[in-house]
Design a binder for this molecule. Structure first.
Ligand code: ADP
Length: 194
């Protein structure tokens, strides 16, 4: 099995490009944000707890997302690997992921990082709010908190994976979705293979 991490700030295009990458490599796309939104929609206890944190632009606890990820690894069959989108998002999650995979005799094969500047993060999230209607996209203070959370909690993972030697970066801006997708897929082909 192969394990890729799709990395980048909110609005970088991880969810947008995951489909094409997943199809090309027969990998299952798993978005922790989508899994959490499904729990909220289903009204579960986990969802109720997560909703407050998400609407404030904060992260949910590591053990919550790690439980969802392990459950996905245990139950989803028929793919050559997993494409993790929005996970890991803290150093604790990154280290726990290494342990979770080591138990299975697996490892993180590649971190595919999509980079965009903060002002584009804001622009894209504001636009997405009008299209998808996500509550955490609609408020400026939540967007600001998510950008700050990204810089303080998530950005340190870049150094962590650079040291691990499996960090690959592409620009997610400027250009159309198609141009960005081509840039990202070309980068993956070149660095990781087809
Ligand atoms: P975006 O890519 O715009 O940040 P996501 O759908 O990935 O949106 O995540 C939405 C929210 O879900 C995050 O702001 C956070 O509150 C929560 N979340 C998602 N993934 C994680 C994670 N790995 N750890 C903690 N919280 C998470």
């Amino acid at each position: 099995m192969r394990y890729f991490i799709l990395f980048g700030p909110p609005g970088a295009g991880k969810g947008t490009h995951a489909g094409a990458i997943g199809r090309k490599y027969n990998m299952k796309h798993i978005s922790t944000g989508e899994l959490l939104r499904a729990e909220i929609a289903a009204g579960t206890e986990l969802g109720k707890h997560a909703q407050e944190l998400i609407s404030a632009g904060s992260l949910v606890p590591d053990e919550v997302v790690e439980g969802m990820i392990e459950n996905a690894f245990d139950t989803i069959k028929g793919y050559d690997g997993f494409l993790l989108d929005g996970f890991p998002r803290t150093l604790g999650q990154a280290k726990d992921l290494d342990r979770i995979l080591a138990k299975r005799g697996e490892k993180v094969d590649a971190v595919i990082s999509i980079m965009i500047p903060d002002d584009i993060v804001r622009e894209r999230i504001r636009h997405r709010a009008t299209v998808e209607g996500r509550a955490d996209d609609a408020s400026e203070s939540t967007i600001t908190n998510r950008i700050n959370t990204y810089h303080t909690r998530t950005e340190p993972l870049i150094q962590f994976y650079k040291e691990a030697g499996n960090y690959y970066e592409a620009d997610g801006y400027p250009g159309t979705i198609e141009q960005n997708q081509k840039r990202i897929l070309d980068m993956i082909s070149e660095k990781i293979g087809d």
